[in-house]
Write a protein that binds this ligand. Structure first.
Ligand code: IPM
Ligand code: MN
Length: 381
């Protein structure tokens, strides 16, 4: 019996928690807080087991992904991850061991071939966007990024003199097919449009993607498929993001395009992501480790909390996921937000988590109700 089947049979779920580096631990704390409340309200039994990964793991063990952490993830139903990265390594090109290697190895070992990044805007935050309201209002994109192949995982080489280096980009039919089917299936539930982003005018790997995606498209005749070169896509994302529904792309283009798309909504602190494999899923905010904010209690926990909602979806706990998303929207609409979203009136990372947890528990009767917030009466203001 595989893990998916086990999930249908009990209300017990093992969740591996990897807080990681920078603001990772702070935002992940809030997601765990929220999942605990969800567990109480919906009667699920979540078992949280913590592991180290990234710079933190290098400092403690010398290894960015210790074997224990990998085993923990393999034996869990899902992984909740915070962030990775540390300036001490970024500024040292000679470092042999890097925090990011931990995440890349984990993705590969768990076979997390599809990275899903939803891009949305919130009405009350539209003013925060660097783009004009007319351009972004109503943007709703689902990005499917291939995650365990391409240039990230091809052979790498640097010669002894440090004067010549390469990274090989390769793809196989099998690697392209898996994620392509997922993206088409999602498009069928949405606006039925899929855009493959590539560089088929230059790269052989991109031409292979086009060929295979065209073949697979025949199985999904209700979905309109189109193609866009990545340089044009970077421009179109700013000019007219509403033209996109589902985007499908290879590993590195997906890394870049999703970062670009992530700021459309006004803050990178809002967007979650899911990395899905055959038998496991990892859920993490799109934002990085933001080391400058570490320990200050100012990081926005929403991206991590929405990643927990994607985790609930993955476990087929859709009602709970829905409740969680509504509660996040309630916080944003009530302007109960961190400093990145409101410079004048804002709340600490853990206060935003408390507000959302409280709403999940008590809904309209929530202690942090709207009038209190507006009047500044709430004791936590
Ligand atoms: C991401 C990150 C990672 C990536 C890094 C940390 C290795 O930027 O998840 O997008 O490039 O995939
Ligand atoms: Mn990235």
């Amino acid at each position: 019996m595989n893990k998916k089947h086990r999930k249908y049979m009990s209300n017990n779920y093992k969740i591996a928690v990897l807080p990681g580096d920078g603001i990772g631990p702070e935002v992940t704390n809030e997601s765990v807080k929220i999942l605990k409340v969800i567990g109480e309200v919906f009667q699920y039994n979540f078992e949280f087991n913590y592991g180290v990964m990234g710079a933190e793991a290098i400092y403690q063990t010398g290894n960015p992904l210790p074997d224990e952490t990998l085993e923990l993830c393999k034996n869990s139903d899902a992984v909740l991850f915070g962030a990775i990265g540390d300036p001490a390594f970024d500024n040292n090109p000679d470092a042999k061991v890097r925090p990011e290697q931990g995440l890349l190895k984990l993705r590969k070992e768990l076979g997390l071939f599809a990275n899903i990044r939803p891009i949305k805007t919130y009405a009350s935050l539209i003013k925060k966007s660097p783009l004009k309201k007319e351009i972004i209002d109503g943007t709703d994109i689902q990005i499917y990024r291939e995650l365990i192949s391409g240039i990230y995982f091809g052979e790498k080489f640097t010669d002894e003199n440090g004067e010549y280096a390469y990274d090989l980009c390769k793809y196989s039919k099998e690697e392209i097919s898996g994620i392509t089917h997922l993206a088409f299936q999602d498009a069928q539930k949405r606006k039925k449009k899929l855009t493959l982003i590539d560089k088929a005018n230059v790269l052989d790997t991109s031409r292979l993607w086009r060929k295979i995606v065209k073949e697979i498209a025949l199985e999904y005749p209700d979905v309109t498929l189109d193609f866009m070169f990545v340089d044009n896509a970077a421009m179109q994302m700013i000019l007219d993001p509403k033209q996109f529904d589902v985007i499908l792309t290879e590993n590195m283009f997906g890394d870049i395009i999703s970062d670009e798309a992530s700021v459309i909504g006004g803050s990178i602190g809002l967007l979650p992501s899911a990395s899905i494999g055959k038998d496991n899923g990892l859920f993490e905010p799109i934002h990085g480790s933001y080391p400058q904010a570490k320990g200050k209690g100012i990081a926005n926990p929403v991206a991590s909390i929405l990643s927990a909602a994607m985790l609930l979806d993955y476990l087929n706990l859709n009602q709970a996921a829905e409740k969680l998303r509504q509660s996040v929207e309630h916080a944003i609409e009530s302007k109960f937000v961190t400093v990145d979203l409101n410079a004048e009136q804002n709340y600490a990372t853990s206060e935003v988590g408390d507000f959302i947890a409280d709403y999940i528990h008590f809904s309209e009767k929530s202690y942090y109700n709207y009038e209190n917030i507006q009047l500044g009466k709430s004791t936590i203001v």
